[in-house]
Design a protein around this ligand. Structure first.
Ligand code: AMP
Ligand code: MG
Length: 330
C-alpha cells in the first residue's frame, strides 16, 4: 500500500472521508499527538487499528468527534460536572469516559461498558471530523510502544506502507496525549495525566481524584499498564536532584566512545552546558511540546539517552514525568 502525506484541503479531506467510509484508516493531526482513525461504528475498520499498530487487544481506543457532534448518540449518564468541564476545556486535550450506549463497536472499548470521548481543538482535526461526520476511534498513530508521533514524518516513519493517508497539519503544539478522565462516578477521576491538569479539573468540578492502581486491583485504564513511548536506543533516567550524577555518567559514556546524549531542560543545560544534548525547553509547555520530538531525534543520533527530569513535578509536569519515566525508566 502506498502512503500519501497530504495537507488537509478540500480534495484530501474528501479522500479521507471516502477511506473512512470504506472501512480504512486515516492518520490526522491533533493538538496533542497524531491519531490513527477509523469509523467507530465499524468493528472491522477498528480492528485494523490494532493490527497496524500491533496494539494489545485489551487497550481501548478513544473516540474523537467534532465540536457540534451530539455525543448522546454514543454515551449516556453525563453528570453535571462533566458538562461544566466540557464547557470550559473542550475542544481541547481532555478525554472524558462515560457509560456507553452500545452504539459504537465493542471493539473500540475492548468490551468495557464505557467509552472515552475527545473533542480535539486542532483546526485540521476539526475539519477532518466535520467532513466525515462520524465518531472516529483513534489511538496515537505510531507502532505500539514506540514514541508517539508529533509530526506527519513521525507517522510515516512508523506506518509507511500500512495506511493509505496521513493528513499533515504540521507539528503538534501540545506534545503529550490527552488527559483521560473517568466521568462515571460522583466526582471525576484522572486515569491518565495530561495537559488539562487535575488542578484545572478540580477548579471547575469542585473535586477530582487520581486513580493509582494498587497491586491486584482491576486496572481502570488498561493502557496505563503497558510499556510505552520508548525510543529504539538505550535510556537512563535521573531525577533533578541526581543531575550531577547524570552529567558524570554522560562524560564517562562519552569517554568510552558511546554516543550518549543528555536530555534535559534549560536549568540543567545552563548548569552543565553539554556538547551533545537533546534540549527539552525552558518551561513546562515547551518541555511537553518537545518531549516526543526529542525522543525521536535521540533514537536517530544517540545510542544512549541520559534523561534528567525537570525540577518541577506538578501540574503539566505530572503528565510529562509519567511519559518520561515510561520512555526512559524501563
Ligand atoms: P492512546 O489511544 O494510545 O492515547 O491510549 C488511550 C488511553 O485511554 C489508554 O490509556 C486507554 O486505556 C484509555 N482509555 C480509552 N478508553 C477508555 C475507557 N473506556 N475507560 C478507561 N480508559 C480508557
Ligand atoms: Mg498511544
Amino acid at each position: 500500500m502506498q502512503t500519501q502525506i497530504l495537507k488537509p484541503d478540500e480534495s484530501s479531506l474528501s479522500a479521507a472521508k471516502k477511506i473512512i467510509e470504506e472501512g480504512g484508516l486515516v492518520a490526522f493531526p491533533t493538538e496533542t499527538v497524531y491519531g490513527l482513525g477509523a469509523n467507530a461504528f465499524d468493528g472491522e475498520a477498528v480492528k485494523k487499528i490494532y493490527e497496524v499498530k500491533g496494539r494489545p487487544q485489551d487497550n481501548p481506543l478513544i473516540v474523537h468527534v467534532h465540536k457540534d457532534y451530539d455525543i448522546s448518540r454514543i454515551v449516556c449518564d453525563i453528570p453535571d460536572y462533566a458538562k461544566k468541564l466540557a464547557e470550559k476545556y473542550l475542544p481541547g486535550p481532555l478525554t472524558m469516559v462515560f457509560k456507553s450506549k452500545g452504539t459504537v463497536s465493542p471493539v473500540v472499548s475492548c468490551g468495557l461498558d464505557t467509552v472515552g470521548i475527545r473533542v480535539p481543538s486542532h483546526p485540521d482535526a476539526q475539519k477532518f471530523l466535520k467532513t466525515v461526520d462520524l465518531p472516529i476511534a483513534a489511538p496515537s498513530a505510531n507502532v505500539s510502544k514506540h514514541v508517539s508521533p508529533v509530526t506527519a514524518e513521525h507517522v510515516y516513519a512508523d506506518l509507511n506502507g500500512k495506511i493509505p493517508l496521513i493528513l499533515d497539519g504540521g507539528k503538534c503544539t501540545g506534545g503529550i496525549e490527552s488527559t483521560v478522565l473517568d466521568c462515571t462516578g460522583n466526582i471525576p477521576c484522572v486515569l491518565r495525566s495530561g495537559l488539562v491538569t487535575r488542578e484545572m479539573i478540580a477548579e471547575v468540578a469542585g473535586d477530582c481524584g487520581v486513580f493509582i492502581p494498587k497491586a491486584g486491583e482491576k486496572v481502570r485504564s488498561p493502557g496505563m499498564k503497558y510499556k510505552h513511548y520508548s525510543p529504539n536506543c538505550r535510556t537512563m533516567l535521573f531525577s533533578f536532584a541526581e543531575r550531577q550524577k547524570a552529567f558524570e555518567e554522560y562524560k564517562k559514556q562519552r569517554g568510552e566512545g558511546v554516543d550518549a546524549y543528555l536530555m534535559c531542560d534549560g536549568d540543567v543545560a545552563r548548569e552543565f552546558n553539554p556538547e551533545f544534548m537533546l534540549f527539552l525547553g525552558n518551561n513546562e509547555d515547551e518541555i511537553a511540546a518537545n518531549l516526543y520530538d526529542k525522543l525521536r531525534e535521540g533514537e536517530k543520533v544517540a545510542t544512549l539517552i541520559i534523561a534528567v527530569a525537570p525540577e518541577k513535578q506538578d501540574g503539566v509536569m505530572t503528565g510529562v514525568m509519567n511519559r518520561l519515566s515510561k520512555a526512559c525508566g524501563g
